[in-house]
Design a protein around this ligand. Structure first.
Ligand code: MOS
Length: 731
């Protein structure tokens, strides 16, 4: 199905099943511990051997020798995979560094060997006995230093009007620099794979967000036809972007299994994940704003520096600045410096998440300079068209309504405009807000649906559920389309033998994968009507029956023993180019800051989101509060500490890389505006899974400023950055 006209009324609009706060249908499997995760496939690989990855001990250079003597003769060891014996390896589309290093080492903890043994403990013990010798080369690890050196490469600029001229002439200006550190995905389930060969057929059970990308890259890496790989990822314990692409666990499990002629499982041990895989790159962002005294923005400048390995991309932290506010003269651009740190890549809302952490503090600061309320300043500078192309409108844009609703519900009017005015015992209290923005991407997505003689609808698609609720919203979609109760729908996901879907990434999965199921169900409805001898046009599906032209038939009887199968792919055409499609929100936060220790406690959080139709308010809310929680982490604690001499992330485990725990997170409220977006898909839904994190960091930082009068532009806002600048406690 080509989606090239705005959606009109369709069966989803009945909202008998879609739009309800349905519990997760995979919930019982999760809570009883019976959902089979990749590393636990004892059922399919009962005799699996265990692989343990050895990561490079230097950031850059060459391996001169690997002495395997003691490791090889250690108890239980079956094989040791290195670049020497792994065979020729190709390079897939998505990885910057090679997934098996040697002799050249491209980054710290790059995989350089896999020790395969009878047990995990034996593999781990033997791995410690490998003696690796290196010739270390000099690397570049400091973004601030590299940004002005010859390591700086591509500058990408986008300009409108005359930014420099308008900024110079502006009545009120701001020119500040903000920094965000490297972030780690820190999802619960590590990267993990069980690999088993049957002849030349490779079966992979793994934890991955994008089945088709990963299967293709694995085929390229191993130099084999992709049809010979069956890749399965039905349950995933979180991804946040770390599992978008093929990683070392999968490649090395496959090579190890081929070498030892039996199944091999490999999980990345937690302490190598931060340096072996990917992270959200640190940014240095310079923001310049110019406005009239009345508060109209006339010049908007946002430049962002980030680093990556050679071949990697910049963090696009200026993305939201293209669309969030009006302003005739604009300069946005990314600057990239080549660093020898591990590869930077997508993490939840890449671009907008770190970009809004900077932009939305700058906007708060500018409102203060103008003597304006931060909400009113944003309202005044709203735009309903793409600033780069005024004939291009937003499909839906209710940013103002989000902010007004939030201000009302949060009690924004009670806020003291002047900072450091409100005390409760030892705490300074303050509130802050920020706008939320994340683009809505659409990408084609396929599904197969089968109606059987019991009246059960089975959906198959290679879509993944990374903890987001895909199983549930897909079941709701099929139930609505076919007129059957939810209990009559079976959803099978994450399998490369199913039609290729959008996968889970960039918050596109919810809208696009259900739209693919919608398309397949439209075909199935036609096939059912036809077999029943009913006109397809005007047929209605409800209560397990199809009705048309005054006649009806039961779905199970029509399907009969043979059943009926339909398959289709939704493809998005011109609409996504004709309209700017984005999702919007507003975050409101109240913090308390200890007057003596500068400890920050978040006390209240509210998000208001305008994100198209909400397919399941319960799972959508969970996505948003998860994003808000990650936003608090980014605001207050998360930071991969860089060793700038040796070139690695020092705090590479969950003891050193701090993320919020339950005690850090207060009551969170989420309001979804009642919205449908007929431009985005027949579902009229948009992404929501990443919107929740966008803007939160700045809302927290702005609240801290309101509480204390201390402006911190360098995340995370830890107490050491506050304590020397706090207002006198007795004052
Ligand atoms: Mo997302 S960062 O595209 O999983």
């Amino acid at each position: 199905m080509r989606f090239d006209q705005p959606a009109t009324t369709n069966p989803i609009d009945q909202l008998k099943v879609v739009g309800r706060p349905t519990d997760r249908i995979d919930g019982p499997l999760k809570t009883t511990g019976t959902a089979p995760y990749a590393y636990e496939r004892h059922d399919v690989a009962p005799n699996a051997a265990y692989g343990y990855i050895v990561g490079a001990g230097i950031a850059k250079g060459r391996i001169t020798a690997i002495d395997q003597g003691r490791a090889k003769s250690a108890p239980g060891v079956i094989a040791i995979v290195t670049a020497e014996n792994a065979g020729e390896l190709g390079k897939g589309n998505f990885n910057t560094a090679r997934l098996l290093g040697g002799p050249a080492v491209e980054h710290y903890h790059q995989a350089i060997a896999l020790v395969v043994a009878e047990t995990f403990e034996q593999a781990r013990a033997a791995a410690q006995l490998l003696k690796v010798s290196y010739a270390t080369a000099e690397g570049v690890f400091d973004l601030e230093a590299a940004k002005t050196s010859e390591r700086r490469t591509a500058d990408r600029n986008s300009t409108i009007g005359d930014f420099a001229g308008a900024f110079a002439k502006a009545e009120v200006t701001l020119d500040e620099t903000y920094t965000t550190p490297d972030h780690s995905h820190a999802m619960m389930e590590p990267h993990a794979t069980t690999a088993a060969w049957r002849g030349d057929q490779l079966n992979i059970w793994t934890s991955n967000q994008m089945i088709d990308w990963t299967r293709t890259d694995l085929a390229t890496t191993l130099g084999m036809p992709r049809e010979k790989i069956h890749l399965m990822s039905p349950y995933i314990g979180g991804g946040f972007g770390a599992k978008l692409f093929l990683r070392a666990d999968t490649v090395l499990a496959a090579i190890g299994a081929r070498m030892v002629r039996r199944p091999v499982k490999v999980a990345l041990q937690r302490p190598i994940m931060a340096n072996n895989t990917v992270h959200r790159p640190a940014t240095i962002q310079r923001i310049r704003l110019g406005a009239t005294r009345q508060g109209k923005l006339t010049a908007i400048g946002h430049e962002s520096w980030s680093g990556n390995l050679v071949g990697g991309k910049p963090e696009n932290a200026v993305q939201q600045t293209l669309w969030l506010y009006a302003g005739e003269n604009r300069l946005t651009g990314t600057r990239l410096a080549m660093l020898d740190l591990p590869e930077g890549n997508a993490m939840r809302a890449p671009g907008e998440a770190p970009g809004l952490m900077a932009l939305e503090i700058a906007v708060d600061e500018m409102a203060e300079r103008l003597g304006m309320d931060p909400v009113e300043f944003r309202v005044l500078n709203d735009t309903q068209v793409d600033p780069a192309n005024p004939s291009r409108r937003f499909s839906e844009r209710r940013l103002i309504e989000c902010m007004r609703t939030g201000a009302d519900r949060f009690g924004w009017a009670q806020r003291s405009v002047k900072p450091a005015q409100r005390r409760e015992g030892r705490w300074w209290i303050g509130t802050g807000m920020a706008a939320a923005f994340r683009n809505n991407q659409v990408t084609k997505s396929g599904a197969r649906v089968r109606l059987d003689g019991r009246g059960v609808v089975t959906v198959e698609t290679d879509m993944t559920d990374i903890g987001t609720g895909s199983y549930t919203i897909i079941a709701q979609t099929a139930a609505e389309m076919m007129g059957v109760p939810l209990e009559r729908v079976v959803v099978r996901l994450g399998d490369s033998s199913f039609p290729v879907s959008s996968g889970s990434g960039g918050q596109w999965g919810g809208n696009c994968s259900t739209a693919g199921v919608y398309a397949a169900c439209v075909k199935l409805r036609d096939a059912v009507a036809q077999r029943a001898g009913l006109p397809a046009e005007g047929a209605s599906f409800a209560d397990g029956m199809v009705r048309a032209g005054g006649r009806s038939a039961s779905l199970s009887e029509v399907a009969g023993d043979s059943g009926i199968v339909a398959e289709d792919t939704i493809e998005f055409a011109e609409l996504s180019k004709r309209y700017q499609q984005s999702t919007f929100g507003a975050h409101f936060v109240e913090v308390a800051v200890d007057a003596y220790t500068a400890e920050v406690r978040v006390r209240r959080m509210l998000a208001v989101c305008a994100s198209g139709r909400i397919l399941n308010p319960k799972s959508a809310r969970s996505q948003v509060i998860g994003g808000m929680t990650m936003g608090v982490g980014a605001a207050l604690m998360e930071e991969l500490a860089v060793d700038k001499r040796l070139g690695f992330f020092v705090n590479h485990d969950l003891a050193g890389y701090e993320v919020p725990v339950h005690a850090d997170i207060p009551h969170q409220e989420v309001i979804f505006l009642d919205e449908t977006d007929p431009i985005s898909s027949p579902m009229k839904a948009k992404g929501v899974g990443e919107l929740g994190i966008c803007g939160v960091g700045a809302a927290v930082a702005n609240a801290i400023y309101n509480a204390t009068g201390v402006r911190v532009r360098d995340y995370p806002v830890t107490l050491d950055k506050l304590i020397g600048r706090m207002p006198t406690p007795g004052a």
